[in-house]
Design a protein around this ligand. Structure first.
Ligand code: PLP
Length: 365
């Protein structure tokens, strides 16, 4: 047999913001399942989603997602298509009453998009925003209205590199977009009534979105919802109301198994803290770089920073590319640099970046 692509040893340090890095062993298992899934001598891509082999995948994925979040009875996990962006409209359709309103915290591009979509469905109120300071911090100590149908927050702002460290305790349902930091740290998820996360940042490939919802908040709006957008229909269908995105769900399951096997969220949180401390330490120490987020709102997942002398960018870019680093250019709306340190990125990759930054300082400071 020819050499498999999966045997190629070249190591690229992948800091991509999304779709992001996945564990090597997960990619190999995924590649195998494309050819011979569960030893059926059939590809996962060519069998019925109603086959018992795939039903087992779906059941395990739904259970494991809840387990890793520390959630039990009362919550339902489903995997949907449409990306995290589809949740921007699905959340208000399912939770916002015709005469009611929803409270939103605006902490970045994704939160702003969520607000825009909710405004199409019903009334919204922005209860806190960091827009005035280019989203470089996370608002704190804002009052939460008791009469809103729900409040919506974004736990990690992928583009601006800020992250919520504390979560609101509220009497109204709390909805959280966790797309870019799900399974990255220990959180008391019982504080949330609905969590959603597009798979492609920290869980799997693009194409499926995890939604975990407390069932008791559903069915209260009196609104008519198209079936495909109705959480209750998907729950009733055990996340197979229609053909689910089988491959991204399977690869997400493989990643969740990988996480659980190594010690779960507690295990990865320690490593994620080490990685972030290492890189922030260097950004703060190095005379040529500045972090863009306010210190107490800094994200451990997406680390945004600027070169103090932008004219040196071509020199810096050359150096990190030579070190086999990939994906650290900042988002097109923000510029500068962004290193995404998702769960599957090893500490050694961060060390390589830090070494490049030190060498760069020696040459150009
Ligand atoms: C990437 C991202 C989204 C959008 O995800 P899609 O799957 O592309 O729709 C939404 N919210 C956050 C926080 C993100 O990082």
């Amino acid at each position: 047999m020819e050499t498999l692509m999966t045997d190629v040893k070249k190591k690229v340090h992948n800091f991509s913001a999304g779709p992001g890095i996945l564990p090597q062993e997960v990619l190999k298992q995924a590649a195998e399942a494309c050819i011979n899934f569960d030893n059926l001598h059939l590809s996962l891509l060519e069998i019925s989603h109603r086959s018992k082999n795939f039903e087992a995948v779906m059941q395990e994925a739904r259970a494991l997602a809840k387990e890793l979040l520390g959630l039990g009875d009362g919550y339902q996990a489903i995997f949907l298509g449409g990306g995290a962006s589809m949740q921007f409209c699905m959340v208000p359709m399912n939770l916002l009453k015709a005469e009611g309103y929803a409270a939103y915290v605006n902490t970045g591009v994704w939160a702003s998009k969520a607000i825009k979509e909710a405004q199409i469905i019903g009334n919204t109120k922005i209860i806190a925003s960091s827009e005035g300071k280019k989203f470089n911090y996370v608002p704190r100590n804002y009052p939460i209205p008791g009469d809103a149908d729900y409040m919506h927050i974004t736990s990690n702002n992928t583009i601006y590199g800020t992250q919520m460290k504390n979560f609101p305790i509220s009497r109204i349902p709390v909805v959280c977009d966790m797309s870019s930091d799900i399974f990255s740290r220990k959180i008391d998820c019982k504080k949330f009534d609905l969590i959603y996360a597009g798979a492609q940042k920290n869980m799997g490939p693009a194409g499926c979105t995890l939604v975990v919802v407390k069932e008791s908040i559903l069915g209260k709006t009196g609104r008519k919802i198209p079936s495909i957008l109705d959480y209750s229909k998907h729950i009733k269908g055990e996340s197979m109301y229609n053909t689910p995105p089988v491959f991204p769900i399977y690869v997400s399951l493989l990643t969740m198994r990988w996480l659980k096997k190594h010690g779960g969220v507690e295990w990865i949180e320690k490593i994620n803290n080490q990685k972030a401390n290492l890189l922030y330490g260097e950004i703060d120490r190095n005379s040529l770089f500045t972090g863009t987020a306010e210190k107490d709102g800094r994200s451990n997942m997406n680390i945004t920073f600027l070169l103090n002398k932008p004219e040196l960018e071509p020199e810096f870019d050359k150096m990190w590319k030579e070190a086999d680093i990939s994906g650290i250019r900042g988002h097109r709306d923000v510029g500068g640099y962004r290193a995404s340190l998702y769960n599957a990125l090893p500490l050694e990759s961060v060390q390589v970046l830090v070494d490049v930054m030190k060498e760069f300082e020696k040459k150009f400071a």
